[in-house]
Design a protein around this ligand. Structure first.
Ligand SMILES: Cc1cc2nc3c(=O)[nH]c(=O)nc-3n(C[C@H](O)[C@H](O)[C@H](O)COP(=O)(O)OP(=O)(O)OC[C@H]3O[C@@H](n4cnc5c(N)ncnc54)[C@H](O)[C@@H]3O)c2cc1C
Length: 358
């Protein structure tokens, strides 16, 4: 790619939480930012169970407008045993589309140009980027915030090789509930099922290893039917969604294409938690750091890349490597019966002290 139609300081691929925050942070530092997303509107369709831990609130402006209910606790069902209660386990249920829209608005307010319905079609070896509207963009810094199957990440060889596939339905919630319900079972290999309450509706879903993707419909259908029989949720399905979650842990978060420094953030950098699948908070945080690092990269690209990698390591490496290890141990235990199944499931889930043990 040689023809350049647009030159900017920063091109941000993706306007999910990571991309919107990166665009806002870079624009706030006075950089010329173009951010694009293939979605027609921010956050739609929603591909999320919409829970965030309470801590995220400290630095996200659009959060208040997007919260739909508070979460107090977590109830973990191991196979058919009586659930274990983790209280407190504070957090919030979001309207994820409203949240993503608020973050995109913040980026626009900061001075970024945000274009929806615009796909990154190709990333050249020289760092130039071809968009679906025919534009060829030359950016001084390229930020890949384009999710688990990032095309920017692929261009620098940073690929999320392990994914979980998910399926979710939204249904009426018949009784108010303020806990996230987690269903652990050997019948949900490589993942778990959930009910997350959001006011008068609930997100009911499951994630599994891709090898078992064809079981997802039955897993979610069975859970939904069980909850209907228990009088907890309605039969009617109000919405369906799904999507991939990276579960292999961090990939190399920076690279270069020609002289263009490349920074990855959020799911593109493999920052979703491999056990819980939670990635919103990490996307918000890493996106902000990537936007700041882009400004530094205009001065000293090598130093900015090294500093960004160090910051991500400091924030995420310990938690993510523990989660990767616990996933592997659980998979091994399920194959070999090395531990009783319920003990293996407990060691593989964040609610239990065994998970946090050395
Ligand atoms: C079913 C499901 C449930 C989940 N539930 C939770 C939860 O309850 N809590 C939680 O914390 N996390 C949850 N997650 C994970 C969470 O959604 C992600 O970790 C988070 O969205 C990551 O943010 P991001 O900005 O990195 O990526 P994304 O939100 O995926 O944003 C990437 C953006 O890039 C755009 N894009 C991709 N390719 C291109 C391209 N070529 N050109 C232009 N644009 C492109 C996409 O349209 C998208 O808008 C869930 C995920 C799934 C699939």
């Amino acid at each position: 790619m040689t023809d350049v139609d647009v030159e900017v300081d920063v091109l941000c691929a993706g306007l999910g939480p990571a991309g919107a925050r990166a665009a806002a942070a870079a624009a706030k530092r006075g950089l010329r930012v173009l951010a694009v997303d293939r979605k027609r509107e921010p956050g739609l369709p929603v591909q999320c169970a919409e829970f965030v831990p309470a801590l995220i609130g400290s630095n996200v402006g659009g959060l208040a407008r997007s919260v739909r209910q508070s979460i107090r606790a977590m109830e973990t069902y191991v196979e058919t045993e009586v659930p274990d209660l983790t209280d407190p386990f504070p957090g919030q249920m979001l309207d994820r589309a409203a949240f993503d829209a608020a973050l995109a608005e913040e980026a626009v307010d900061a001075g970024a140009t945000c274009r929806f319905a615009t796909t990154v079609r190709a990333v050249g070896r020289d760092g130039s980027v071809a968009l679906s509207d025919g534009t060829c963009v030359r950016a001084h810094v390229l930020i890949g915030a384009d999710g688990p199957r990032s095309v920017v990440g692929r261009a620098i060889g940073s690929i999320n090789r392990h994914l979980v596939e998910t399926r979710q339905v939204t249904v009426r919630l018949l009784e108010p509930h303020d806990a996230t319900d987690i269903f652990l079972s050997a019948a949900t290999p490589g993942g778990y099922a959930w009910l997350f309450p959001k006011g008068d509706v609930a997100n009911v879903g499951a994630g599994v290893d891709p090898a078992h993707k064809d079981r997802l419909k039955d897993i979610v259908g069975d859970l939904h039917r069980g909850l209907v029989a228990a009088g907890r949720v309605g039969r009617e399905i109000l919405a369906r969604t799904g999507g991939a979650i990276p579960v292999g842990g961090m990939v190399k978060s920076t690279g270069a294409l020609g002289t263009t420094p490349v920074l990855l953030a959020g799911d593109a950098a493999g920052l979703a938690n491999p056990v819980t699948g939670a990635g919103i908070a990490a996307a918000v945080h890493s996106g902000t750091l990537a936007g700041d690092a882009a400004a530094a990269a205009l001065e000293d690209p090598a130093q900015a890349r090294a500093d960004y990698e160090d910051e991500l390591d400091a924030l995420f490496a310990v938690a993510l490597s523990r989660a990767v290890r616990r996933r592997e141990e659980l998979a091994h235990a399920m194959q070999t019966d090395a531990l009783p199944r319920s003990a293996a499931l407990r060691r593989g889930w964040v609610a239990y002290p065994e998970y946090w043990a050395p």
